[in-house]
Design a protein around this ligand. Structure first.
Ligand code: SF4
Length: 230
């Protein structure tokens, strides 16, 4: 069980180990099947990965791999490398040209030209703001998300709010959540107590109560890792 910094290669194991809250595990699965996330989904997921200790280079490698089957390298670099850097509070500048080389599909003319444009146009530092992970309240109140409730690409959100009772039951069953607890989770979600539903699901999945409450997705992750390392 990883503690502290994690690598892109460990993410699949963490999802399989049920260490992610439902919002993030469904996003991971949808990313794996669609090879793409919509803007807010990418934002929410990147900031979560950053908060649990995935370094920038590993985040870029991870998204590059995930987007690869559908997104050509040039499109990835143009649209998503910028977005990932932005979430890490970094400007796109010449320091990151190496990442472009790593990400580049051999023979990709666009990348060469884009790298040139990066050197030319973006050779400055930005705000360097250290963006924080989104809180549950922010995710819950996000109107455009949907938390992968519909088909297609995911745009973030909290499943306890957006999933139907049937979808929630199915998702929690896949995580081997205790049946009795699933019923309680669905009741809590119906009553709009989404964070309490999430805490109860933690208990149904791990067999241990989550005492501190869940205000951010990384708190779910931290409790899960703590339990696994005891
Ligand atoms: Fe994610 Fe928070 Fe919703 Fe849990 S309550 S699924 S951590 S947004």
């Amino acid at each position: 069980v990883p503690v502290g910094e994690i690598s892109a290669g460990q993410l699949a194991g963490l999802v399989a180990g049920r260490n992610f809250p439902l919002c993030m595990s469904v996003m991971y699965e949808r990313l794996a099947s669609e090879h793409h996330l919509k803007h807010w989904g990418l934002q929410q997921f990147t900031l979560f990965l950053k908060s649990i200790g995935l370094p920038l280079e590993q985040a870029l490698l991870f998204f590059r791999q995930q987007f690869a089957p559908r997104t050509p390298g040039d499109k990835f670099n143009k649209e998503y490398v910028y977005s990932v850097l932005y979430n890490y509070g970094l400007a796109l500048n010449s320091s990151y040209l190496l990442l472009f080389v790593v990400c580049r599909t051999p023979g990709d003319k666009f990348n060469k030209e884009y790298a040139y444009n990066v050197r030319y146009n973006y050779g400055q530092e930005g705000k360097r703001q250290d963006w924080s992970e989104w809180s549950c309240v922010k995710i819950i109140n996000q109107e455009v998300g949907g938390a992968c409730a519909g088909a297609g690409e995911c745009n973030g959100g909290c499943p306890y709010k957006t999933y139907s009772a049937e979808q929630l039951r199915a998702a929690l069953s896949r995580l081997n959540c205790n049946d009795k607890v699933i019923r309680e989770v669905v009741d809590k979600a119906r009553g709009k107590h989404y964070q309490l539903a999430c805490g109860l699901a933690f208990e149904g999945i791990t067999g241990s109560p989550q005492e501190t409450g869940i205000n951010k997705p990384s708190e779910y992750y931290a409790s899960s890792i703590e339990l696994a390392t005891q």
